[in-house]
Design a protein around this ligand. Structure first.
Ligand SMILES: Cc1cc2nc3c(=O)[nH]c(=O)nc-3n(C[C@H](O)[C@H](O)[C@H](O)COP(=O)(O)OP(=O)(O)OC[C@H]3O[C@@H](n4cnc5c(N)ncnc54)[C@H](O)[C@@H]3O)c2cc1C
Length: 309
């Protein structure tokens, strides 16, 4: 019987692992298919405090894992396939085997929605990105035309943020009005460096042969006309998908699948806690996820202490 099982080894899961390990709870931490989480997919992280020169995302996550292991966290390369939380202890099916746990921390993160283009995958990290706050300031994007794909609040935020660096930001949207809130849409469209490209979708990111982004091929959905728009970067901002399907119908979540805690990290099921991007559609940063992991660990510790009184 495990005192605490942590689902996920991103910033949230590994921080929760560090704190629960230091509280002698001997956590079992399950990596899922992406050990180290989303940050391992980026090269340089420049905004995680404590690293004035920046740090490689993979290295940062390796260090977090080592730090948690130093205090006794057990990291297991395995994926949770099902959960049974109607009875205590909880039962998780992990790569076919049952594991019983007194408490669970869900730190399973959220993935970015992709355009679904082969060229997009091939040029990821070579000009295609999913996070302006993370990557916008990189030298490759400075004083260059950039494309943001999307029409919601996130796309508007990304486009506005990128005006700090870009020569022009093209906002490519499949409709002829933005889905974003009125104030956000007005502010975005009023910006002199943001140019909307209406009724259009990206059909290809160029140029795979050159192994870097040089432009996008566009299709106008009203006229079917094709065109090429030169740019140095493509920021895809068409939404996120939280990895919370396992808990659908059991744990309270919003219509997009983000877990809604009752208070702090505490969910509607006593003994189940949540941390990181799977419950955060607002900040989505490494440091905020780590902070939420810390909070969840402290909440677990207090919950178990109260149970055993
Ligand atoms: C390209 C890119 C660059 C970024 N750059 C920065 C940056 O510079 N600075 C910054 O602050 N933020 C950056 N971010 C955002 C940052 O990566 C996230 O905010 C952070 O990783 C969220 O941490 P998390 O622990 O909540 O989730 P994640 O990092 O997404 O980790 C989720 C974990 O859950 C596991 N998991 C999922 N389902 C299961 C399951 N069923 N069973 C077991 N495990 C499971 C996954 O395998 C993974 O280990 C970037 C994101 C991307 C995509």
């Amino acid at each position: 019987m495990e005192k605490v099982v942590i689902i996920g080894t991103g910033c949230a899961g590994l921080t929760a692992a560090l704190y629960t390990a230091r509280a002698n709870l001997n956590p079992l931490v399950l990596t899922g298919v992406m050990p180290g989480g989303l940050l391992t997919t980026t090269s340089i992280v420049e905004n995680f405090p404590g690293f004035p020169e920046g740090i490689d995302g993979y290295e940062l996550m390796t260090r977090m894992q080592k730090q948690a292991e130093r205090f006794g966290a057990r990291i297991k390369f395995a994926t949770v396939e099902a959960v049974e939380v109607s009875k205590r202890p909880f039962t998780l099916t992990v790569d076919g085997d049952p594991i019983q746990a007194e408490t669970i921390i869900i730190a399973s993160g959220a993935g970015h929605r992709h355009l679904g283009l082969e060229s997009e995958d091939q040029l990821e990290k070579k000009g295609v990105t999913y996070c302006a706050t993370c990557d916008g300031a990189l030298p490759m994007f400075r004083n260059q035309p950039l494309v943001v794909v999307g029409g919601g609040d996130s796309a508007c935020e990304e486009a506005t943020y990128l005006t700090r660096f870009a020569s022009t930001v093209y906002l490519v949207h499949r409709r002829d009005t933005l889905r974003a809130s009125k104030i956000m849409a007005e502010r975005t469209l009023a910006h002199p460096r943001i140019k909307p490209v209406w009724d259009s979708v990206v059909t290809e990111v160029l140029d795979v042969k050159q192994d870097k982004v040089t432009g996008v091929r566009l299709k106008n959905l009203k006229t079917n006309a094709e065109s090429v728009l030169d740019c140095a970067g493509v920021f895809v901002a068409i939404g996120h998908l939280p990895n919370t399907q396992l808990f659908k119908g059991v744990i309270d979540m919003d219509e997009n699948g983000y877990i809604i805690p009752k208070e702090g990290s505490i969910t509607n099921v006593p003994g189940i806690f949540v941390a990181g991007d799977c419950s955060d559609h607002v900040y989505r940063q490494a440091i905020t996820a780590a902070g939420m992991g810390c909070a969840a660990a402290i909440d677990v510790e207090r919950y178990l202490a109260a149970l055993n009184q």
